[in-house]
Write a protein that binds this ligand. Structure first.
Ligand code: G6P
Length: 618
């Protein structure tokens, strides 16, 4: 959570930082602030969006002339959203200011001791505590800012990505990270440096970046090579590993769509195809997930797989469980990373953990990986953001290659995750002989047609928008499915609640009679994913149960369906396919349905309230 941008170089810092903050707003938008150093160290902060900050600076005619500065967009953890709690936070003597993403866990003990020493806090944030603590280390140990920054951080428990600007060092930025991401871009001759929580604010300026590692401090001096040191040893100079950014600026624009979310929904025929590219080879009749090939034997011999993830990625994990158990016959457990890490799980050295994450930064998933790693398990990552923390900490993995996902509600990253899991399940099933060669070839040939079938489903866009108009004012919704369609019901419900704020629940259809059925009346829309599969007759009974209580049934059915279409009040068709591919198709109308309902309710679809795309706090 929280977005960080900083700049030092020959250009004007303000426009670069503001533009960068807009790109990072998906990480939180409770408040925004900026520090610009010229004659003075000016700090401007406002509650709410980055545009509020811009309006304020314009209206008040604030001085923005500077070649060095830093900005922050906040997702509140300590202290309510307000301009006082907004970053940057000054040291008490106003000599320097910091911006921070993460949580300082020992902030309350530090705060108490600083209060005893006479420090007076203005905000409720843990970040101000850190600023004052650095100042105190500087004073009490008689250290310069660089050493005080390092020594203070050694005493911090928690997670952080920090940038510091000091009045007395107008040509230098100081940055550090532990568990929260930080990327540093630079151009030829080190004339300009760009620092950010992810590469999206950097890509238009340079493609050369380094990803700061945990417990590293960067001393960023204009015109000089980047200096990186280990927090624990001031004399240890770390050699930076320079990476080349792979995505383009065009990939970040809305491309004529009203919202990023809609654009990303419509990108799915391409993103799923991109995810398969080079992996699904019909000519040779093979699937090759290059990033995990060295671990294939281990996967084939695994006694069990544990999938860990959060949110939408966890739903992809559930589909993975169904796919792998069904096709490969290896037991799979799917765990919320936040539960897994704290419940003292049994992890053996021969366990394989599959960690799924769009951002590659989710704090709980990262911590669960570290725990499993410390017990000797092998970790495989499925991530979207190239170079993010999870792919850098796992033993092997596959990128989803869905491209940057900006809408807070995950869409194309989810279908790309499901694509990787389907590829993996098919590859392992083939190698393990749990499906016949003929079946394998039949399935991979069908898999290749799925991107086109996603396009066919997208062609129902107008019909789904009309349906959304009918249901935009409901207060509750129930989503039901069985088998592969159960995780889809969960994901459909999550999409609706996160962007439209309508209460929605996903349930295995047969579980409905153990509780949710009590909620059904003539106002309750029940969205049933009822495609053709082995349990078609069973889901028909569940629909009858809903209809008997006068519930309104919206059914997602296979194109050739006869019976359910007659029973449902409304139906949306998806092209017929093997049941293992249904999640990739049936998800699409549910994403569109949630999107249009949210738009019609006037909700901020790309930035839903209280949410953030990259959850770097636990
Ligand atoms: C947040 C996002 C969700 C996402 C979840 C897990 O809650 O809003 O869309 O599914 O985090 O994030 P990850 O990046 O690990 O997939």
């Amino acid at each position: 959570m929280c977005g960080i941008v900083a700049y030092i170089g020959d250009k004007q810092a303000y426009p670069i930082i503001i533009k960068g903050l807009h790109r990072l707003e998906y990480r939180g938008y409770d408040s925004a602030g900026i520090a610009l150093l010229s004659e003075k160290l000016n700090v401007y902060k406002t509650k709410g969006r980055v545009s509020n900050l811009e309006d304020y600076i314009k209206k008040e005619n604030k001085d923005v002339f500077s070649n060095i500065g830093m900005g922050h967009t906040r997702w509140a953890t300590h202290g309510e959203p307000s301009s006082t709690n907004a970053h940057p936070h000054f040291s008490q003597n106003q000599e320097f200011a910091i911006i921070h993403n993460g949580i300082i866990e020992n902030y309350s003990t530090l705060k108490e001791s600083l209060i005893d020493k006479g420090y007076v806090f203005k905000s409720d944030t843990d970040t101000e505590v850190l600023a004052f603590f650095i100042e105190e280390v500087m004073k009490s140990k008689n250290l310069n800012i660089e050493d005080a920054f390092r020594v203070a951080l050694k005493n911090i428990v928690g997670a952080y990505a920090i940038v510091l600007i000091s009045k007395n060092k107008p040509d230098t930025l100081y940055a550090a990270r532990k568990a929260s991401p930080l990327v540093i871009g630079f151009d030829k001759g080190y004339k300009n440096y760009y620092i950010a929580s992810d590469a999206t604010p950097i890509v238009e300026h340079t493609k050369k970046v380094i990803y700061l590692k945990d417990e590293e401090i960067a001393i960023i001096k204009k015109g000089e090579e980047l200096k990186i040191i280990d927090i624990n040893n001031k004399n240890s100079f770390v050699k930076p590993i320079i990476k080349e950014l792979e995505f383009t600026l065009e990939a970040l624009a809305k491309g004529g769509f009203e919202h990023f979310m809609l654009k990303e929904i419509f990108e799915q025929p391409h993103s799923v195809r991109d995810c398969m590219r080079g992996r699904l080879n019909l000519d040779k009749g093979v699937i090759a997930l290059g990033g995990i090939s060295n671990y294939e034997e281990k996967l084939l011999n695994a006694k069990r797989l544990i999938i860990i993830a959060c949110g939408t990625s966890w739903h992809a994990g559930l589909i993975g469980e169904y796919l792998i158990e069904n096709l490969v016959r290896i037991p799979v457990e799917v765990e919320y990373a936040s539960e897994f890490r704290y419940r003292n799980p049994i992890i053996n050295e021969d366990d394989i953990i599959i960690a799924i994450s769009q951002s590659g930064e989710t704090a709980d998933t990262l911590a669960a990986i570290e725990l499993a790693k410390s017990k000797g398990a092998t970790i495989i990552g499925i991530c979207n953001v190239v170079g993010s923390s999870i792919p850098r900490t796992t033993h092997a993995g596959s990128y989803t290659h869905a491209g940057p996902e900006i809408g807070v509600a995950s869409t194309k990253a989810f279908t790309a995750q499901v694509t990787i899991l389907t590829l993996l399940a098919l590859q392992l099933a083939y190698k393990k002989n749990t499906i016949t060669k003929t079946k394998f070839f039949e399935l991979i040939n069908e898999f290749d047609t799925i991107p086109d079938k996603i396009q066919e489903v997208l062609n129902f866009n107008d019909k789904i928008e009309e349906l959304a108009e009918k249901f935009k004012d409901v207060s509750n919704a129930l989503y039901l499915g069985r088998g592969y369609n159960y995780p889809i019901a969960l994901e459909g419900a999550l999409k609706l609640k996160e962007i439209s704020y309508i209460h929605a629940e996903g349930y295995p259809a047969a579980e409905m009679k153990h509780g949710p059925i009590a909620l059904i009346d003539d106002k309750m829309p029940v969205i049933v994913i009822a495609t053709h599969n082995g349990i078609y007759e069973k889901i028909k009974s569940n629909i009858r149960e809903v209809k008997a209580r006068k519930g309104i049934v919206i059914a997602i059915v296979s194109e050739n369906d006869k019976d359910i279409k007659k029973m449902a009040d409304y139906s949306i068709e998806i092209p017929p396919c093997n049941e293992i591919f249904v999640p990739l198709l049936a998800t699409i109308p549910l994403q569109l349905f949630a999107y249009y309902i949210a738009v019609k309710r006037g909700c901020d679809v790309d930035k839903p309230r209280n949410l953030a795309k990259s959850v770097t706090v636990e």
